[in-house]
Ligand binder design. Sequence first.
Ligand code: BES
Ligand code: MN
Ligand code: ZN
Length: 499
Amino acid sequence: MKITAESASLSSRRWDIVGGVFFDTDAANTGLLAQCPPALASRIGRAKDLKDFSGKKDESLLLYGDADLPSDRFFITGAGAPNDFTLERLRAAAAVVAKKAKACKATTAAFIVPSDAAILPGISGEDRAQAIAEAIILSLYSYDSYKTKDKKPNTVTRFTLLLEDQSQAAQFRKGVASGTIIANAVSHVRALANAPGAEIYPATLADDARTTARACGLKVTIFDRKKIESLGMGGIIAVGSGSQHEPRFIILEHAPRRPQRTIVLVGKGVTFDSGGISIKPSAGMGEMRMDMHGGASVIGTMEAAARLHLPIRIIGLIPAVENMPSGTAVKPGDIVRHYNGMTSEVDNTDAEGRLVLADALGYASNYAPDVIIDLATLTGACVVALGHHATGMMGTDAQTMEALKAAGEKSYERVWQLPLFEEYDKQIKSDVADVKNVGGRWAGAITAGAFLKNFVGAHQWVHLDIAGTSYLEEAYDYIPKGASGVGVRLLIEYMRSLK
Ligand code: BES
Ligand code: MN
Ligand code: ZN
């Protein structure tokens, strides 16, 4: 599917489906109605007169055109009050149209871009186009690699964004280009996270990172178990010791010529989390194939950053392990020594994410980073606290957290800060080691963050707990059920916002 932006008139060609946004206030619809041939405008007016459609949010109107009109179908989505309209509502509207195009097996589709000056004031054409392109691609994603029937492939080959205003065309083309790069990276993350543990285990996750790196010009280094052991990454070795699949440590590097700064991204890459000896209950355990979502998000972010030529040095670190119970598995009561020399007591083998992240966070110091950001499906407690609509954020770097908050609002991959007060440190004190990997019943998301804090040294650091936002039990506008691909849009927006 190719998305293009054109300042062409609706009547310049014939389409299988044309979508547009209709507000509940007449004055805001003049742009759309001006694009419509009179016969279509009067049919929309008729639906309004009959009170079948008023432009309220979540309403829609499907009209059919014969040879007299430039499209077989017109799908108008209600957008509510123009003053309440947001970039996210624009994404939702584009997603509704794209899904309709797919449902009626269209091959050519167009979306009339709302262009009245009063709509989304202050938001550039580039941002609008990026949002629309992302929403189209992401809403058409489905995970069906293993389906042999009932596949629902996308039939649309050309999706045209129709602009009223010629002067915006260049901006829109830029936005479509970056939106396409970003959304394709998000789809890649979803595919990795949705894949079963039998397909994606540490070695195959590393293979994917290698293939991705070659395709988009990233440097890649993979450490195998022996190398991981010789480096003293005891957390990764311990968590991986119960599995037939040996761990890997994946390093990706985006190194532009004169980088403004260095950012290290760390992603939890637990390719399956059974809980280990502290085994999880069987109900829903299959979801834990997605416990490498943070690692996948790092791969996707690096891929998009390289394709967008971001002027920042970015290092991606992914400790990839499978957490399994067996005769060789790490046991409660064991003590591991991490990369930075600190020791931790394994009180519960299901708190494995922090054990592997500890090594990777310590390793991040080697790059003299300006900031370290980790992404991890770390705690069920974070899902209890924030549900599926916000990523938990903790850290030592107030400025980066502020910037991430703003990037989260704009990309709509929102983050919400939890405190890391020093009082919480007491909960992870160990009698026998420097720290313990569980902190008791209360504030589980925070005590996990407090554990990680021990391994970042003096570096600026932000931890993103994506346990709730990475896996959706119910579909949203442009996010299907299953892996959401969260992280890429947030981090790319954050990194592009840096001056
Ligand atoms: N991968 C899980 C966290 C998780 C839970 C992610 C639900 C996504 C959805 C993590 O490794 C884990 O098992 N955490 C434990 C920690 C506990 C033993 C301290 C948890 O949250 O129960
Ligand atoms: Mn676990
Ligand atoms: Zn886990």
